[in-house]
Design a protein around this ligand. Structure first.
Ligand SMILES: Cc1ncc(COP(=O)(O)O)c(C=O)c1O
Length: 372
């Protein structure tokens, strides 16, 4: 049986009758740059995140970069982020002209460990960038306290966590609600994915919204008049039309992912050598990825491949050990939790359309590997 890590064709088959007319309407309008679909999506994603503004940009990477640029970071300024994340989190800090400061993660959730963050704060720290990894939110309330105490902006990397929620002080808060600005990615594999690259910044800070809006159009709101040097980073209207058609499904897709995750965790419980993912009890996880830890991980992955089961390692090398950041001087062993996770994590298929037979095949294949 074939169980790919992700099957976007299965998703497309379900939604194409509602999606294709919207895309055709955009094609007929020939209004490919900004325009109504982008505005409509900005309004809806901001509302979903309980934020005042949405600004569509070209990618999740730019959705991190532009808010960082809006902080006017100077050389030597520091931004603290997780070492266990997709490269863009660290790359955006570097490209915004600041020094990325990587810290270790909580071994259960792989999200920023607030005490490691506190220990890394220096007089040069300007911002904290929590990454809501795999679809569950970081301990934002504790990072917020640190931010308030030290005067730091919080830029949320919610590229994997659109619609994720966390109970803070007894109230549900959504990714994008609490940070100064938050980045979402619409990369095709995301819970809400386009037909190519795309991203969005959400914020309730008026000045931040105005700056990001300006930076995405070469630093000027009025065409040919430039207040600062920005870039060309607009969300494509074609992508916005696709995403608008998919948005009504997002919640049920994330619920289906959660249901698959609950089922997997029950079925995999008790297999010696496998650790199922931990959800912080304060979180409503959207399971962008369902990531186990496994003894003999690479051999398990090869075994799954032979049985037609797709899987992936997110992420094999923490950012503090990436060659491009060697000049920052981190050594192997500096971040034990992330380094241990990098050798053990394995993402299993968790896309919404996964069938029970496919899930059972994944679990049976894992059991066969461990002789369970
Ligand atoms: C945690 C994280 N940050 C940033 C990004 C960058 O998003 P994009 O690929 O849309 O540029 C991604 C997407 O893969 C991500 O997973």
């Amino acid at each position: 049986m074939n169980v790919p890590l992700l099957d976007l064709k299965a998703q497309h088959a379900v939604i194409k009758d509602t999606l294709l007319p919207r895309v055709l309407a955009l094609v007929e309008s020939q209004q490919f740059i900004l325009g109504q679909p982008v505005v409509d999506l900005e309004v809806r994603v901001a509302a979903l995140s309980h934020a005042a503004h949405g600004i569509g940009v070209a990618s999740g990477t730019d959705a991190l970069l532009l808010p960082l640029q809006a902080l006017d970071l100077k050389p030597g300024d520091e931004v603290i982020t997780s070492t266990f994340t997709f490269f863009a989190s660290g790359g955006a800090i570097h490209n915004a002209g600041a020094k990325p400061v990587f810290v270790d993660v909580d071994p259960a959730t792989y999200n920023l460990d607030p005490s490691a963050v506190e220990a890394a704060i220096t007089p040069r720290t300007r911002a904290l960038m929590p990454v809501h990894l795999f679809g569950q939110m970081a301990a934002l309330e504790r990072l917020q306290q640190l931010g308030e105490r030290h005067g730091l902006a919080i830029i949320e990397d919610a590229c994997q966590a659109i619609g994720a929620r966390r109970k803070v002080g007894g109230e549900w808060r959504t990714a994008g609600e609490l940070g100064r600005a938050t980045a979402f990615s619409f990369f095709p594999s995301k819970n809400l994915g386009g037909w190519g690259d795309g991203g969005m910044v959400v914020t309730s800070d008026e000045a931040m919204a105005a700056r990001v809006r300006r930076l995405r159009t070469h630093g000027g709101i009025k065409t040919y008049f430039h207040d600062e040097v920005g870039t060309n980073s607009r969300l494509d209207a074609l992508q916005a039309a696709v995403l608008l058609a998919k948005l009504p499904y997002l919640q049920s897709w994330s619920e289906a992912r959660r249901a698959h995750a609950t089922w997997y965790s029950g079925a995999l419980a008790g297999i010696a050598g496998v650790r199922t993912p931990a959800t912080d009890p304060s979180n409503e996880h959207i399971f962008h990825q369902y990531v186990i830890e496994a003894d003999r991980r690479d051999a398990l992955q090869a075994h799954l491949k032979e049985r037609g089961v797709g899987s992936a390692v997110y992420y094999p090398v923490p950012l503090h050990l990436q060659p491009c950041f060697a000049a920052l001087g981190y050594k192997a062993g500096a971040m034990p939790n992330a380094e241990a996770a990098a050798g053990r994590v394995l993402a299993l298929p968790v896309y919404p359309e996964l069938t029970e037979a496919q899930r059972s095949h994944v679990v049976a294949s894992i059991k066969a590997f461990y002789g369970a």
